[in-house]
Design a protein around this ligand. Structure first.
Ligand code: ADP
Length: 278
């Protein structure tokens, strides 16, 4: 059994204001998420902090060991704690990228983004990449036979197994969730970012990438520092108003299916605004 806590607190106030959920739940020996949080956001750019505390205790089997030891001799080895596994989901521009950077840095998890894996295939000019791009341009989900294998293989790489993982943008359908369940791959925590559509569209349309540093800017809210950077910024091919509306529709159509699979370990922000995590 494990405990996993997550809290969002106002940096300005420096203390959590309201508890969204505080009683840990645990069923079928699954790890549980314990959530403490926040006050509602007053501005879409309010600085908020996401804290995850993790404490994986001995599994039921290990806790039974002293009894076994009394019968058969001393226990000579203790199990290493399992690495943390987190999934994060949210509509386009809900702040997944920002949250992922911070979580990854703080907890040393391997960040695996389904969209990045697909863009890497497109960049490499593979057959899968060419097929994937056709769907991505329409704001549709790429067929599972392409995405599922890609994600499974990445999750099973030694770095993700050793350090734990933060899976971003996957699963986006029931069949994708089931594919992981079949392999007994389950998250300790599923973070769902919920942001109003109006804010999302504005954020997507103004979003730009600096291809040199990888930094994400927003033309209005986070403009580039100088002319040189401004001149080299690029826009994602699917970051237009028309395409983001399609992507949002796809997200809403699929998200409920995915949530039912992870209902025991979900953390959802309720502010319907963008959040910035420090
Ligand atoms: P966003 O979350 O902003 O839509 P992503 O980079 O996560 O951006 O995804 C970009 C596109 O890649 C999606 O619109 C979709 O076409 C495709 N994609 C990403 N993840 C998946 C997935 N798990 N299953 C199917 N298609 C996906």
């Amino acid at each position: 059994m494990a405990s996993l806590g997550i809290s969002i607190s106002s940096v300005a106030a420096g203390r959590p204001m309201r508890s969204l959920a505080s009683s840990p739940s645990c069923s079928n020996n699954k790890p549980f998420a314990s959530l403490n949080a926040t006050r509602s956001l007053e501005s879409s750019r309010a600085p908020f902090r996401l804290e995850i505390s993790y404490d994986r205790r001995f599994s039921d089997e290990l806790r039974r060991q002293p009894l076994a030891a009394a019968r058969s001799g001393p226990v000579v080895a203790a199990a290493e704690p399992e690495p943390m596994k987190i999934m994060i989901s949210g509509p386009p521009a809900s702040g997944k990228g920002t949250q992922c950077e911070l979580i990854k840095k703080k907890y040393g998890l391997v960040h695996i983004a389904a969209g990045d894996l697909l863009r890497a295939e497109i960049g490499a000019g593979t057959e899968n990449g060419k097929r994937a791009k056709e769907y991505m341009e329409k704001g549709m989900l790429v067929p599972s036979e392409i995405v599922v294998m890609m994600v499974k293989e990445r999750l099973l790489q030694p770095d993700a197994q050793e350090k734990g993982w933060l899976l971003d943008g996957y699963p986006r359908s029931l069949s994708q969730a089931t594919a992981l369940e079949d392999l007994r791959i389950q998250p300790d925590l599923f973070i769902l970012l919920d942001v109003s559509e109006e804010i999302l569209i504005e954020r997507v349309v103004g979003r730009r990438l600096d291809p040199v540093t990888g930094k994400i800017y927003h033309l209005k809210y986070s403009p580039p520092e100088n002319e040189e950077i401004a001149a080299r910024l690029t826009q994602r091919f699917d970051d237009t108003e028309e395409k983001v509306k399609l992507r949002l529709k796809t997200h809403h159509q699929n998200v409920e299916d995915v949530l039912s699979t992870y209902k025991d370990v979900i953390f959802k922000n309720r502010q319907k605004r963008s959040i910035v995590v420090l």
